[in-house]
Design a protein around this ligand. Structure first.
Ligand code: IVH
Length: 680
C-alpha cells in the first residue's frame, strides 16, 4: 500500500499562516454544519505539513495552531469533565511506517512487544463516552476537546449497540464510536426529506448532526461500537489483562464491539500479520455495512500499554493506519452524453484523474439531467468524488469555495448525440426520441447481446461489431444469426476467427430462452428478471401472448414496470420473429428440482468470478441450477452459513470474505470434479 495523503510542504511563514487559517476554517466547518471544504486526507496532509513546519520553526508557532489539539481545536466543547482524557491517535500511512511505529514502541518499553497486537476498524463516526451506573446508561458525553465534552444524553435509546441497561448492574464508562451505517444513512435521509430537512451529505456529517440535535420531531437511529472502557466513580469493574479480554467483557455486558462487526476482533503476534490483515480489511472495506477510514492497531497487553504510556496528544501504544481515501477532490473537465442500449442518453462526468481506494478514477456517473441541476455543478468545478467497491464512482458535492469564475455551464444535448435526432425529455432520464425503433442504441445493444451472460459470442468484440453495423450487415440482434462465413471473415480480417465465430453463433442458437430473452435488452429487465420471465412462461410465444396484468404477476417484476416490458417486447416483435426464423431456441428447459441427495447435499454454495475450464460459459443462473441438481443450495453472498465458495477468474471481495470467515474455497477444477456427474 502506498501513502494515502497527498504530500504538502510549507515553504515559508506566509504559507504556514495560510495553512493554519485553512485548517482552522475546515475544522470549524466540520464541527459546525458538518460540511468541511477539505476532505479528510487533505486535512491530514495539511495538519502534517503544519506540524512539520512548527518543528522546524518553533518560534513561528501560532497559539491557535490546530497542532496538538483534539479535533483541530474546533470540536464543540461542553462542560462535562472526562474522567480520563479522551485522546486522539497518531497516524501511519504505510507498511514501513507501521513497522517503525512497532520498533519505537519496543524501544520505549525496553523489550519486545509481547501479547500481540489488535487491529480494529477505525470507525468513521463520532467518539463518545457512555457512563453506566449500576447497569443503567446514565450519561453519554461527546469527546469535546478531550478534557471536557458535551452532554449528549438526549440520544440515549436511539443507538443500536448501546443498550439502556447492561446485562449486569455494572458501573463503568464504555468508550467508542457512534456512526450511521450505510443503511441507517439512507433511512435517515428518507426521514429528513419527508420532514423537509436537508439530506445529510455523508454518514459522518449525519452522525455529528444527529448527536447534536436536541429537539427534532423525528428520531434517527445510529449505531455504536465500543473500542475501550475505563473505571467510573472509583468502581473497579473491569477485569482482564488485555484489550481483547476487556472487549470480551464489554461485549458480554451487551454492548457492541468490533468483535461483532463484519471485521471482527483479532489478535496477531507480529506486525507482519497485522499488515496482511489490514490489506484484507482494505479489500473488504467496500462491502462493510459502515464506513471506516483506517485500522487502529493497539498493543494488546496492558503491561505493554502501561509501560508505553501517553504523550500529550495520543497514546504510544496505539496508532491509526490510515487507508487510501474512498473520497477525494478533483476537477470536472467535461460532461459526456452517451446513448445506451435502449436509447437512453446518460450523462457521465469526465474527471481529472484522481486516486481513490487504490485505483485511478477518471469518470463518475451523473445519473440524469435533474441530478446535474440539483448538484449545481459547472465544468471546471472542484468536486468531491467518492467510490464504494464495485459501484461506479459518484460526485457527492461541489466545492463552491474553490470556484474561480472561469467555470462554464454544463451543456445539455438538444439533439441525440448518436443520430442527431430529437431528444425525448419527458422522463427523468432523457432518451433518443427514435426510442427502441431507432438505430441509436444499436451498437450498445449488440455488445450487450453477445455478452457472457446472454448469447456468449465471445469473439465478436466491439470493433468487429462496429464494422458489421457500418457495412449494413447487422441492423438488429437477429441479423447476427444469418451472418455468413464470408461476412465474418471480412469483418474480422481472418478466416480462422470466422470459423470460431460461426461455431459460437451456432452454439448461441441453442441457449435457453432466458438468455435469448436477456439478449433482447428489454427495458427494466436484466439477467435475474429474464430468468424469472422465461421460467414463468416457458416459451417466447407465451411471453409475447402475456398482457400487462399477466406480466405483473412474474416474481421480482415490479408491477409498475410491467407496461414498459410489454411495450418494449411489442416493439421488438419483428426482431423476435427473425430470431425464430433463424433457428434460435425459444423455449426454457424445465428448472431442475433441488435434488434430495447428491455430492452437495446440505451444502450452501456461493459462486464468484468468471467460469473457465469445464465450467466455461455457464452464467450464474446455470451454475445455480448445477448446484441444485447436485443437491446443494445456491446463495448469492458469503456468510457464516456458507459451505463452499467456488472462486473463478478475478474473484474479488467474496473471496476475501470467505478467507476471513474460514469458509472452504474451491477452485473451478475442484468444484467441477465434485459435480462431474451433473455436467452433461
Ligand atoms: S482508540 C486513547 N479505537 O479515532 C486512544 N479509536 O483519531 C483511544 N476511533 O478519538 C482511541 N475507531 O474517535 C480507537 N477502534 C478504534 C477507533 C477509534 C475510531 C476514533 C476515535 C478516536 C479517534 C482518534
Amino acid at each position: 500500500m502506498t501513502t494515502a495523503a497527498p504530500a504538502v510542504s510549507l515553504a515559508d511563514r506566509t504559507a504556514y499562516e495560510a495553512a493554519v487559517d485553512t485548517a482552522l476554517a475546515a475544522s470549524t466547518a466540520y464541527y459546525g454544519d458538518g460540511n468541511s471544504a477539505l476532505d479528510d486526507p487533505s486535512y491530514d496532509a495539511l495538519a502534517r505539513a503544519i506540524a512539520e513546519y512548527e518543528r522546524a520553526h518553533p518560534d513561528h508557532m501560532r497559539a491557535d495552531s490546530p497542532t496538538g489539539k483534539v479535533g483541530g481545536g474546533a470540536a464543540p466543547v461542553g462542560d462535562v469533565a472526562h474522567t480520563v482524557p479522551m485522546l486522539s491517535l497518531d497516524n501511519v500511512f504505510s507498511a514501513e511506517e507501521l513497522v517503525k511505529w512497532g520498533a519505537s514502541l519496543s524501544r520505549r518499553i525496553g523489550r519486545l512487544v509481547e501479547g500481540g497486537y489488535v487491529p480494529e476498524p477505525k470507525f468513521d463516526g463520532m467518539a463518545v463516552a457512555a457512563r453506566y451506573r449500576t447497569g443503567r446508561l446514565d450519561r453519554v458525553v461527546g469527546r469535546g476537546d478531550g478534557h471536557y465534552g458535551e452532554d449528549l444524553s438526549h440520544v440515549i435509546g436511539s443507538i443500536v449497540g448501546l443498550p439502556e441497561r447492561l446485562a449486569v448492574d455494572a458501573t463503568v464508562e464504555i468508550r467508542g464510536e457512534v456512526l450511521l451505517t450505510r443503511e441507517q444513512f439512507e433511512k435517515a435521509n428518507e426521514i429528513r426529506i419527508a420532514h423537509k430537512a436537508k439530506p445529510f451529505s455523508n454518514p459522518r456529517n449525519g452522525t455529528a448532526g444527529t448527536l447534536r440535535a436536541k429537539d427534532r420531531p423525528y428520531v434517527i437511529e445510529t449505531t455504536f461500537f465500543a473500542y475501550g472502557a475505563v473505571g467510573l466513580d472509583g468502581v473497579d469493574f473491569l477485569r482482564g489483562a488485555t484489550h481483547e479480554a476487556v472487549m470480551a467483557q464489554v461485549e458480554a455486558l451487551g454492548v457492541q464491539t468490533a468483535a461483532s462487526s463484519a471485521v471482527g476482533l483479532r489478535v496477531y503476534a507480529t506486525l507482519q500479520e497485522v499488515q496482511a490483515w489490514i490489506e484484507e480489511i482494505q479489500r473488504l472495506r467496500a462491502d462493510l455495512p459502515f464506513g471506516i477510514d483506517g485500522v487502529v492497531v493497539k498493543a494488546n497487553d496492558f503491561s505493554v500499554q502501561n509501560a508505553a504510556g501517553f504523550g500529550t496528544r495520543h497514546p504510544h501504544w496505539a496508532t491509526a493506519y490510515k487507508l487510501p481515501p474512498m473520497q477525494g477532490q478533483t476537477r470536472l473537465l467535461a460532461v459526456e452524453w452517451n446513448v445506451g442500449k435502449t436509447g437512453k442518453i446518460a450523462p457521465r462526468a469526465v474527471l481529472e484523474p484522481v486516486e481513490l481506494d487504490g485505483s485511478t478514477v477518471r469518470y463518475a456517473t451523473l445519473n440524469n439531467p435533474r441530478f446535474i441541476r440539483e448538484l449545481g455543478v459547472q465544468i471546471g468545478d472542484t468536486v468531491v468524488v467518492s467510490k464504494a467497491g464495485d459501484v461506479i464512482p459518484r460526485i457527492e458535492s461541489v466545492v463552491v469555495d474553490k470556484r474561480t469564475g472561469e467555470e462554464t455551464a454544463v451543456v445539455f444535448p438538444e439533439a441525440c448525440p448518436q443520430c442527431g435526432g430529437a431528444v425525448d425529455t419527458s422522463g427523468e432520464r432523457w432518451e433518443c426520441a427514435e426510442g427502441v425503433n431507432g438505430n441509436c442504441g444499436l451498437l450498445p445493444a449488440l455488445k450487450y447481446a453477445v455478452g457472457r451472460d446472454q448469447l456468449d459470442i465471445e469473439g465478436l468484440g466491439g470493433t468487429y461489431l462496429e464494422t458489421l453495423v457500418a457495412s449494413g450487415a447487422v441492423g438488429d440482434v437477429a441479423d447476427l444469426f444469418t451472418l455468413t462465413h464470408q461476412q465474418l471473415a471480412e469483418a474480422t480480417n481472418s478466416t480462422r476467427r470466422a470459423d470460431t465465430l460461426v461455431q459460437q453463433i451456432e452454439q448461441a442458437k441453442q441457449k435457453p430462452l432466458n438468455r435469448v430473452f436477456c439478449a433482447l435488452g428489454i427495458r427494466c429487465t436484466g439477467r435475474t428478471l429474464s430468468k424469472e420471465i422465461a421460467r414463468h412462461f416457458s416459451t417466447m410465444d407465451a411471453i409475447r401472448a402475456a398482457d400487462v396484468e399477466a406480466l405483473a404477476t412474474v416474481n421480482k417484476l415490479a408491477p409498475a414496470n410491467a407496461p414498459k416490458v410489454a411495450a418494449h417486447l411489442a416493439a421488438l416483435g419483428p426482431v423476435i420473429d427473425k430470431l425464430a426464423q433463424a433457428g434460435v431456441n425459444m423455449t426454457e428447459p424445465e428448472e431442475p428440482a433441488k435434488a434430495t441427495s447428491g455430492p452437495l447435499t446440505d451444502a450452501f454454495v456461493v459462486v464468484t468470478g468468471g467460469m473457465t475450464g469445464a465450467l466455461a460459459g455457464r452464467n450464474r443462473n446455470e451454475m445455480n441450477d448445477l448446484i441444485k441438481a447436485a443437491g446443494g443450495e445456491p446463495s448469492a453472498s458469503v456468510s457464516k452459513k456458507t459451505t463452499y465458495l467456488v472462486a473463478g477468474e478475478n474473484a474479488g471481495s467474496k473471496l476475501a470474505k470467505a478467507q476471513q470467515l474460514g469458509t472452504k474455497v474451491l477452485t473451478e477444477e475442484e468444484f467441477a470434479a465434485m459435480v462431474a456427474d451433473y455436467l452433461s
